[in-house]
Ligand binder design. Structure first.
Ligand SMILES: NCc1[nH]cc(CCC(=O)O)c1CC(=O)O
Length: 318
């Protein structure tokens, strides 16, 4: 006789993007394990409740993950689906990153107002107003295009596109992945080349968190594993962890495979866009690549840039 089927509870934020991602995971797991029942439990996180504050200024790690984590530790849910880039590199005791799914395009995208259709990021006229809430996008774009103006933008995808179309911005920068997942792929005006904007650590992949040592859940999650995406994202996360950066620091990466050789490109930039330190390493051990690259950019002054940003964040928090 087979074991009685059990119900596995999946925690998710309530945002549209989170729900699309969670329902995709639920569907895939249900297809792979038809004898189990997969149930979605939605909850609000701290990050969802402070939509009108400039996120960058909050700078708290785990803003979008804490409530989901508490519920797993209380055995109320069994796993949580995150955009990997929102998942801190250090997880609470008792929890771990169970699996990384196949990554979609990790690039950033330029979305433009109707009057700016003729331009690309590299041809936008001086003074064009670009909306972004990401320090990483801001610092890199300022570095390459000091003649553009940058304005903070918050809210979910619909809100942001609405503000753009209403004329508050000439263009905004969003992740290709989020736009595609929410069926706004037709609004992608330009995928910004990696030479201009290195993407966020883990961008475009999902990270599924679960209790450490929960062998049943860990083995179920292996059904969703994607090896190349996992190696790339682990190298990126190792780089970020070594630099002790959260999701709100101007750190960008890019990874690529040539045979079994993984290349990790990483950069740290100052918020004024005046300094940008970028380097790369190649090898096969993702954790080692991340720490090796962190050491290389540190030698070139990355730590000073990060220390300035942390000092300013502490001052803002007072
Ligand atoms: N910062 C919020 C966030 N978290 C995940 C995505 C979607 C892209 C992804 O899965 O990496 C987005 C939106 C964005 O950056 O435009």
């Amino acid at each position: 006789m087979s074991a009685p089927s059990s119900t596995i509870r999946i925690g998710s934020r309530k945002s549209q993007l989170a729900l699309v991602q969670t329902h995709w995971v639920q569907g895939e797991l249900q297809r792979l394990y038809p004898d189990h029942t997969f149930e979605v439990c939605t909850m609000s996180t701290q990050g969802d409740n402070i939509l009108d504050v400039a996120l960058a200024k909050i700078g708290d790690k785990g803003l979008f993950t804490k409530e989901l984590e508490v519920s797993m530790l209380k055995q109320e849910t069994d796993l949580a689906v995150h955009s990997l880039k929102d998942l801190p590199t250090m997880l609470p005791e008792g929890l771990g990153l169970g699996v990384i799914t196949e990554r979609v395009d990790p690039a950033d995208a330029l979305v433009v107002h109707a009057d700016y259709q003729e331009y690309k990021i590299e041809t936008l006229p001086a003074g064009s107003v670009i909306g972004t809430s990401s320090l990483r996008r801001l610092a890199q774009l300022r570095y390459h295009y000091p003649h553009l103006e940058f304005k903070d933008i918050r809210g979910n995808l619909n809100t942001r596109l609405g503000k753009l179309d209403a004329g508050e911005y000439d263009g905004i920068i969003l992740a290709v992945a989020g736009l595609q997942r929410l069926d706004f792929g037709d609004r992608i005006h330009q995928a910004i080349p990696a030479e201009i904007s290195l993407h966020a650590v883990g961008q475009g992949a999902l990270g599924i968190e679960c209790r450490e040592g929960d062998e049943e859940i860990l083995s179920i999650l292996q059904g969703l594993a994607h090896q190349p995406s996992t190696l790339r994202c682990l190298a990126e996360r190792s780089f970020l962890r070594e630099l002790e950066g959260g999701c709100q620091v101007p750190i960008g990466v890019n990874t690529s495979f040539e045979g079994d050789q993984l290349t990790l490109v990483g950069m740290v930039a100052s918020l004024d866009g005046k300094r940008l330190i970028k380097d790369q390493v190649t090898g096969t051990d993702p954790e080692a690549l991340g720490s090796e690259l962190a050491a290389k950019v540190r030698e070139q002054g990355a730590q000073e840039i990060l220390d300035e940003i942390f000092a300013e964040a502490r001052q803002n928090a007072q």
